[in-house]
Design a protein around this ligand. Structure first.
Ligand code: DAK
Length: 258
């Protein structure tokens, strides 16, 4: 049983699942939901029995953005001092792979949450967009940055400046999502991918995630140096010895995370 009010959590063997659960508001992200989400992610991250995490919503909506009703009357000073952006940033600091399983609306802050995850599995009904321009603002939690890196400048401009939304097929075509599957299977597919990654060598998964994120978030030379450091470091691990020995001995490796 989950003790949360706006999310549901459950463990499926080595995969931790979080369901955003404000269906009447299309899972609009109010501050309480974001706080609960970050708490659940941190708990899974600290739990050695968990190897990967999936965040999902429901079929109709992953999340239709930040809760407009909650922020409509806020002043600039209130937005700044409340600092609701840093909880969004914490998704990025989770060390285990996080997969977003997206169906229906994935808008504004919802798309920013999905893009902060490491991979996105989309149902064919998913719709991705940054509609903040309709409200007279711009994305505030990484939308302009991560979206541009993912889909390129031309399309990001159209999405941020003119509320162009992407179908699931388009999102895949432009590199925003990993794959598109029928709506009946998007969660199952994300859980299966997470389970597959969760049984891999934990240290290598963690450093691989860090290295790919580095390439995404920094200049190439910094990313290359970071990748090399992590690559060399893994040669001091038992898992590297085990993995290469198992390959040569034509058997399945047994990972210890050491
Ligand atoms: N906030 C609050 N309520 C929302 C909502 C939202 N973002 N989206 C939908 N709802 C509520 C609706 O008000 C409605 O509630 P009731 O009227 O029934 O009480 C219910 O969900 C069902 O919505 P609709 O009746 O509108 O459903 P439709 O199927 O007709 O339309 C829609 C679906 C997704 C096209 C439409 O609901 C819509 O346009 N929603 C707003 C989408 C949007 O503009 N999203 C971007 C919000 S701005 C920040 C970080 C991030 C952000 C801001 C600050 N910091 C950390 C400081 C991000 C900003 C945003 O995301």
């Amino acid at each position: 049983m989950s003790a949360y009010e706006h999310i549901l959590t459950e463990k499926n063997e080595r995969v931790g699942l979080v369901r955003l659960n404000r269906p009447k508001a299309l899972n609009a992200l109010n501050n309480a939901l974001i706080t609960e989400l970050m708490h659940a992610l941190s708990e899974y991250d600290a739990d050695p029995a968990i190897g990967a995490i999936v965040i999902t919503g429901n079929e109709r909506s992953f999340a239709a953005g930040a809760d407009i009703k909650e922020m409509a009357d806020a002043s600039a000073v209130q937005m700044l001092t409340a600092d609701h952006i840093s909880p969004f940033d914490r998704i990025r600091s989770i060390t285990k792979p996080v997969i977003a399983a997206v169906s229906g609306w994935c808008l504004g802050g919802g798309n920013e949450v999905a893009m902060s995850c490491d991979m996105i599995i989309a149902s064919e009904t998913a719709r991705f967009g940054q509609p903040e321009i309709n409200l007279g603002v711009i994305p505030g939690a990484g939308g302009t940055q991560r979206l541009t890196k993912a889909v390129g400048k031309a399309l990001a401009m159209e999405m941020v400046l003119n509320n162009r939304t992407l179908t699931a097929e388009e999102a895949q075509q432009y590199g925003l999502v990993n794959r598109v599957v029928p709506v009946e299977r998007y969660l199952e597919e994300a859980l299966a991918l997470a389970a597959e990654i969760a049984q891999r060598a934990p240290l290598a998964v963690r450093l691989g995630k860090e290295a790919v994120n580095h390439a995404f978030e920094s200049f190439l030379s910094d990313g290359l140096a970071d990748e090399r450091r992590s690559f060399y470091f893994l040669f001091s691990s038992a898992d590297q010895k085990e993995g290469m020995a198992a390959f040569m001995e034509k058997r399945k490796p047994e990972w210890k995370g050491e």
